[in-house]
Design a protein around this ligand. Structure first.
Ligand code: MCA
Ligand code: AMP
Length: 514
């Protein structure tokens, strides 16, 4: 069966089964498919077709899933984007992807950001959920009586999604994920985790990254289960949703920390979460102490796994709870090959640090419009270089040991390019030099920190006043979670003999700290 047919199996064969619950309303697989076909007919009539890119800035809601499925029916490439992005991030993505249409909610932040960007060469249609203005197209009006019936079904190797993600250099890159990759990767993972049609997923993750969109939405489609969709993460709402019958929850460590804090405050919440079946964590490292605190409250051993936009989910702890080992990411997911290799290309011995390399059907097709960067990210044998460092326990469990580059940060589970922030700060006339780094933080994993060398003529300011200045200068340009929360004032940046900034020295022994 083709990848698209596999993905649409429950949509076409289980039309009466519930697929989503959102704000008290249930959407069956049949409802989603019916609306998706109508949406596909609507955008087709606007001239949007196979291979075109449509940027989706809708918040997590059923219409987001409808538009995703409508795009899949036509072979239109769905480009999910963080709805908190500012002009720098969104301007880049709209231009780089050459999107012909963009989806936003009426009156939302992204709508204002796009207004501020002005006309873009490729963008022909602004589709709006809610009341349309001027030449915008109202999504409900577009979803008319016509139904897309028989457009050419996308081939397995056709791109399904382009997911923009941060790199170590400059602006974000579009990761192209084919139908084959998404279906193979999520099918393998959700089988490993024993999802069944009886499961109800409590989905409180953003739907513009692999974690929420690929595992969450595609997992529901592939396994025929049912998601309680929450517009955003809130510990109390997650606890209520598990109390109401939710069986699976997936989160980033920051979310688990908040759940533990809620249970510390109200221990009955632990008994409610105990009713769930499976709790998974990923996107950033889960500490063993957080694993233990969650187990103490709920009896559940969180299943930690590892993934990446470019590779989908490739390493996971085993399903049997007693085999889930805290502080590790587990074993290769069936169907893909994972190796940890040293700089000399040899597989590491237990305890030795090396880079995680991945090969197999879950890998991206490449970076959008960047054949050179795509080629650089694979070695001569076709292994994808993740840039993640790891060791292996003697019995094969993989332990994540951080990133090779100090320029790629993780905060709240979001991947962040230090360079993107440095470039956005470079036009500050009162900054001589700036380096952005991630300071360890118990809540966010890493706290975005700017090491600033002020110009000689800059007025004297405290570090707090600098934080306020940087925040204000980046407002509207970069998403809030990328704006520095701390500033270290330095007289100069530490450099090596070749003049390269040595970021690792800034947090440990900043030279001339003022
Ligand atoms: C938000 N705030 C922050 C940060 N984020 N402060 C410091 N560091 C941060 N990282 C601030 C906001 O500016 C705001 O401050 C206040 O916290 C509340 O902001 P809000 O956005 O509402 O935060 P939140 O809703 O509490 O967000 C926390 C969160 C969120 C729910 C954990 O970060 C989240 O959804 N993360 C998931 C990311 C994710 O899905 N990653 C997957 C990619 P003020 O009040 O002052 O304005 S990784 C992936 O896909 C791979 C394949 C994988 O392995 O999974
Ligand atoms: P993204 O491309 O946004 O999906 O982020 C991928 C990155 O998240 C990986 O390269 C890792 O650095 C990090 N990551 C994902 N899962 C884990 C995990 N379980 N432990 C540590 N880091 C993780």
């Amino acid at each position: 069966m083709s990848a698209i047919a596999t993905l649409f199996h429950h949509l076409t064969h289980s039309p009466h089964a519930p697929a989503l619950r959102y704000q008290g309303q249930t959407w069956t697989f049949g409802d989603l498919l019916d609306r998706a076909r109508a949406y596909a007919a609507g955008i087709s009539a606007l001239g949007v077709g196979q291979g075109d890119r449509v940027v989706c800035l809708l918040p997590a809601c059923p219409e987001l899933v409808v538009t995703l499925l409508g795009h899949y029916l036509l072979g239109v490439i769905h480009v999910p984007v963080n709805d908190r992005y500012g002009t720098v991030e969104l301007g880049h993505i709209l231009r780089d992807s050459g999107a012909v249409a963009v989806l936003t909610e009426a009156g939302s932040g992204p709508q204002a950001v796009i207004d501020a960007l002005g006309p873009l060469p490729s963008l022909r249609h602004r589709l709006v959920l809610g009341e349309a203005r001027g030449d915008e197209v109202d999504l409900d009006g577009l979803i008319g009586d016509a139904r897309a019936e028989g457009p050419p079904a996308p081939a397995d190797e056709d791109p399904a999604l382009i997911i923009y993600t941060s790199g170590t250099t400059g602006p974000s890159k579009g990761v192209i994920l084919s139908f084959r990759a998404v279906v193979a990767g999520i099918d393998a993972l959700t089988r490993l985790w024993r999802w069944t049609p009886q499961d109800r997923l409590v989905l409180a993750l953003p739907l513009f990254h692999v974690h929420g969109l690929c595992i969450g939405v595609h997992g529901v489609l592939l396994r025929g289960c049912h998601a309680e969709l929450l517009p955003r993460f809130d510990a109390a709402e997650v606890i209520d949703a598990v109390g109401g019958g939710g069986t699976i929850f997936m989160g980033v460590p920051t979310m688990y920390r908040r759940l533990v804090a809620a249970m510390d405050a109200e221990p009955e919440a632990g008994a409610i979460l105990a009713r769930g079946r499976l709790f998974t964590s990923g996107s950033a490292a889960l500490s063993a102490s957080l694993f233990e605190a969650f187990q103490r409250h709920t009896g559940h051993r969180i299943l930690e796994r590892y993934g990446m936009s470019e590779t989908l989910l490739t390493v996971s702890n085993p399903y049997p709870p007693e085999d889930r080992r805290p502080g590790t990411i587990g074993f290769p997911v069936p169907g893909c090959a994972v190796e940890v290799r040293g700089a000399d290309g040899r597989r590491v011995e237990p305890g030795e640090v090396g880079e995680i390399l991945i090969r197999g059907p879950f890998l991206m097709s490449g970076y959008w419009g960047l054949p050179g960067k795509t080629a650089e990210s694979f070695d001569a044998e076709g292994w994808f270089r993740t840039g993640d460092m790891a060791t292996m326990d003697p019995d094969g469990y993989v332990v994540h040991r951080g990133r090779a580059s100090v320029d790629l940060l993780k905060s709240g589970g979001y991947r962040i390019s230090a360079r993107e922030i440095e470039e956005a700060l470079a036009d500050d006339p009162e900054i001589e030099e700036v380096a952005v780094l991630g300071a360890p933080d118990p809540d966010w994993g890493q706290r975005i920190t700017a090491a600033v060398v002020p110009t000689r003529s800059a007025p004297q300011r405290s570090a707090e006043a600098w934080v306020a200045r940087l925040q204000a200068r980046l407002e509207g340009r970069l998403a809030a979670y990328k704006r520095p929360r701390a500033v270290l004032l330095l007289e100069e940046l530490p450099r090596n003999a070749l003049g390269k900034v040595q970021k690792h020295r800034i947090l440990t022994s900043p030279p001339g700290a003022g």
